[in-house]
Write a protein that binds this ligand. Structure first.
Ligand code: GLY
Length: 353
């Protein structure tokens, strides 16, 4: 996979101009959703106008990350004269960077694209690492491709207008990066005051978080081995997320991941010896900042069924990434149904359910 350039911007316009001009192209396209058209596009609009960028707009929200929206982007590219040498800029959250990335990866068998993530989740996770795709037949990210952006431009000033829920959703992926990296980074994330954000400090933390992901993706771009570390919290997290959609009370991805982390760190403490004091401290942080996802023992079979359908599994065995310690990763771990049900008991007990 081509290495992507990830820039923590000091001057977005200057960095974007550099990224656009780094290779020749014929036409420039800018993809925005209904929110970023209003709130983020103005920041770069002058530069885009000077470079004759052609706009494509899509509706916001994960429900629109589908084949119809993708077809709309392909149609717009085609009707507005895009060629194999055109360049697409995706300006938005994970939905826009995933779908726009996939549109770019497939249009005329692939055109170059640049990501400008505008949410914390997209900055530290979705826009980095080359995973692109759409939801299909009710399944999340069911169709997609590994296709890295040529550049990812991270402008943390966009975070100043992010709502609290979306801040915490992204912060869960940062916490995951802390857990799979080192104790110092994990501890600074737990101690970062989240009630009154220091944006300069947040920018430093975002930079560290992105670096952790980049290092892993560089070693294993196609998730054959160590990239599975990034799945910590996601085996249970995806089950919570799907269940929340089924119950018609959808939760944000990062919230589901945070509750998944509670479960999978417990499993780590039982199966791979993760220290109980670090389990307790992480659970405390999540409980305080994320509240809890309400389950009772009648939900266990349903959650287990969701986990059995996870695309990370092989031969029907549920695949977990567990930890021996902060930064000491054990990929390709399994657990029995009984161990998984015990894990749900622990989750309910520590969340006071
Ligand atoms: N979001 C996990 C990964 O990029 O591998």
């Amino acid at each position: 996979m081509n290495k992507q350039e990830v820039i923590l911007c000091n001057e977005l316009e200057k960095d974007l101009l550099g990224a656009i001009k780094s290779k020749p192209y014929d036409k420039l396209f800018i993809l925005t959703d209904e929110h970023t058209t209003l709130h983020c596009l103005p920041v770069i609009n002058e530069l885009l106008l000077k470079n004759n960028a052609i706009s494509i707009a899509i509706p916001a929200g994960d429900l629109n990350k589908n084949i119809e929206t993708l077809a709309h982007v392909w149609t717009q590219l085609s009707q507005k004269g895009a060629t194999r040498h055109s360049l697409l800029i995706n300006l938005g959250g994970g939905m826009t960077t995933d779908l726009g990335g996939f549109a770019a990866a497939t249009f005329k068998r692939g055109i170059r694209y640049i990501n400008i993530p505008t949410t914390l989740l997209a900055m530290v996770d979705a826009s980095v690492g080359g995973k692109t795709g759409i939801n299909f037949n009710g399944l999340k990210n069911e169709v997609g491709a590994f296709a890295p952006a040529s550049s990812v431009l991270i402008e943390t000033d966009f975070l100043k207008t992010l709502d609290q829920e979306n801040f915490f959703s992204g912060y869960a992926e940062m916490l995951k990066h802390g857990l799979i990296s080192n104790t110092e980074h994990w501890a600074e994330l737990l101690n970062f005051p989240t009630d009154k954000l220091d944006y300069a400090k947040l920018k430093v933390l975002v930079g560290k978080s992105v670096q952790i992901k980049e290092d892993i993706v560089e070693k294993d771009p196609y998730e054959q081995g160590i990239r599975k570390a990034l799945n910590l919290g996601h085996t249970v997290g995806h089950a919570f997320e799907s269940f929340s959609f089924e119950k018609n009370c959808p939760v944000l991805h990062g919230y589901a991941v945070a509750w998944g982390v509670v479960c999978e760190l417990y499993l780590s403490s039982v199966k791979t010896g993760f220290p109980t004091d670090k389990l307790r401290q992480t659970v405390q942080f999540i409980k305080e900042n994320y509240g809890c996802f309400d389950i009772d023992c009648n939900c266990y079979d349903k959650l287990y069924a969701y986990m059995l359908h996870d695309k990370k599994n092989t031969a029907g065995i549920i695949n977990f990434t567990l930890l021996k310690e902060v930064g000491d990763i054990c990929i390709d771990q399994s657990a029995t149904k009984e161990e998984i049900f015990d894990m749900f008991d622990f989750y309910r007990e520590c969340m006071g359910l």
